[in-house]
Design a protein around this ligand. Structure first.
Ligand code: AMP
Ligand code: ZN
Length: 469
């Protein structure tokens, strides 16, 4: 796999520190509100990256933090006279529901900032011991002047640094590169923790250094986010982590361009955003949104329009039509070696395109050709059973990356489940195990759990996916 490393601004072959195993940190949501579809452009792309790595045979350990203490959360809690937890809990729940709606695979863990204060303080302590900090008015700051490579990721020239000037906010612009806050002294009404530097709370940047290194080690492979994370967030993460450990922090940095609206970044503060829930409530298919977000290369800004969303939905119908044909086809027994070879070549093309810094257009071209070839073979009545079965397997494998090609199964209603269970009983009586297994798998795919009891088969719906971590 080749990928574009923000740190070196070149395409580089991916060589994980541990061969075959990619350790990936993806900056997660700040849970003071619903995530908007701009945020989901980044999360869907990270899901594409994760799934592609797995498709290419890598093992992936992905960590995504939940920022549950930060300036905006505190401001909201104070405005509502609520606790931090009361503000964040509903949005954490909503975030995981949205991940499921967009068919985003779960990371291996979702650590929360408020549960890692001790790890943050250890880093702050190490930085202090190394002379990289100073205290002022009850807060602890990182001295960027004392870290010679500060600015390497975001291409800051030394002259842009305002040495000695401080910034307390979690977010600020590139022309304001100053000593940044690691630990903020306690302010009236804000939540706080005890620390060697006095009572206070962590700065946002410190949160990600602590959680990434705790779960992935002091040096790991891949760290991602949207381009707005490059400065100051990721720049500061590097300074804190490498400053504290003396080891290289991250080998490859990757950043996604923004989802735009009328030429501007979609963002909460501009008010030009949609949440996933807004779109679903208007009757749009989340599968089409996923497809739309996936299909523009991650380093190209994507302008969101409802026309584009409708076009994405239209393209998905090509896949749906093909799958509907599969279900109707009575294929002759046998195999068509020439067709199989063509299909295999196209799958390889998809694989190679994705391995090339996630070249989604290249992959999509090959995928559409595969669909056309399949339709043409079906038109001629020339897709024998074994070739049809391998084609379906191939598409399922490719859909392991896309997550949108196979039509979503509509949820079964209770009477439909009852009827299927009865059909399965009959199939087993008739020793038609292929059919009974098919029904069992179909029910399992819908989260239906079967239990044999003396009174016969009972069923229940499994509890929806846990949030993990
Ligand atoms: P936040 O909750 O603001 O920290 O953002 C969470 C993630 O969404 C970060 O990785 C941001 O870079 C990313 N993000 C925010 N706005 C957009 C946007 N308009 N397009 C793409 N990614 C975004
Ligand atoms: Zn982060």
């Amino acid at each position: 796999m080749r990928l574009f490393n923000t740190l070196t601004r070149t395409l580089e072959p991916l060589e994980p520190l541990e061969p075959g195993h990619v350790r990936l940190y993806t900056c997660g949501p700040t849970v003071y509100d619903f995530a908007h579809i701009g945020n989901f452009r980044t999360y869907v792309w990270e899901d594409l990256l994760r799934r592609t790595l797995k498709f290419l045979g890598f093992r992936v350990t992905q960590v995504m933090n939940i920022t549950d203490i930060e300036d905006k959360i505190i401001a909201k809690a104070m405005a509502q006279q609520a606790t931090i937890g009361e503000v964040t809990e509903p949005f954490i729940r909503a975030f995981f529901e949205d991940l499921d709606t967009l068919r985003i695979e779960r990371a291996e863990s979702y650590p929360r900032a408020t549960e890692h204060i001790a790890e943050m303080l250890t880093i702050a302590d190490d930085l202090k011991a190394k002379g990289l900090t100073y205290e002022s008015e009850g807060s602890l700051y990182f001295r960027i002047d004392a870290f010679p490579t500060y600015g390497r990721l975001s291409n800051l020239e030394k002259r842009e640094l305002k040495v000695g000037a401080r910034v307390d906010n979690d977010e600020y612009e590139k022309d304001d590169a100053r000593d940044f806050v690691l630990w903020k002294g306690h302010r009236e009404g804000e939540p706080s923790w005890d620390s060697p530097f006095g009572e206070g709370r962590p700065g946002w940047h410190l949160e990600c250094s602590a959680m990434s290194m705790k779960y992935l080690g002091p040096s790991f492979d891949l760290h991602t986010g949207g381009v707005d994370n490059i400065f100051p967030h990721h720049e500061n993460e590097i300074a804190q982590s490498e400053g504290a450990t003396g080891k290289p922090f991250v080998k490859y940095w990757m950043h996604a361009a923004h989802l735009m609206v009328d030429g501007e970044k979609m963002s909460k503060s501009k008010g030009n955003f949609y949440t996933l829930r807004d779109l679903v409530a208007k009757g749009h298919d989340p599968r089409a949104l996923r497809y739309l977000l996936l299909n523009t290369h991650y380093r190209t800004p994507l302008n969101f329009t409802f026309d584009a969303l409708a076009r994405a939905a239209g393209e998905l119908q090509r896949f749906d039509a093909l799958f509907a044909r599969f279900a109707e086809t009575r294929a002759a027994v046998g195999r068509d070696a020439a067709f199989d070879a063509k299909a295999e070549a196209m799958e390889l093309e998809i694989r190679e395109a994705l391995a090339d810094d996630l070249n989604v257009s290249g992959a999509q071209g090959a995928l559409f050709r595969l669909v056309r070839e399949a339709n043409a073979a079906l038109d001629r009545g020339e897709l024998p059973s074994d070739s049809l079965a391998s084609l379906q397997e191939r598409l399922a494998c490719i859909d392991g990356v896309y997550g949108v090609i196979a039509p979503g199964e509509k949820a079964l209603l209770d009477p439909e489940v009852d009827a299927l269970i009865e059909q399965r009983v009959q199939a087993r009586k008739a020793k038609n195990f292929k059919e009974s297994d098919r029904i069992r798998d179909l029910l399992a795919s819908q989260g239906i759990v079967l239990e044999d009891t003396p009174q016969g088969v009972r069923w229940r719906r499994a509890v929806a996916g846990r949030e993990g971590g």
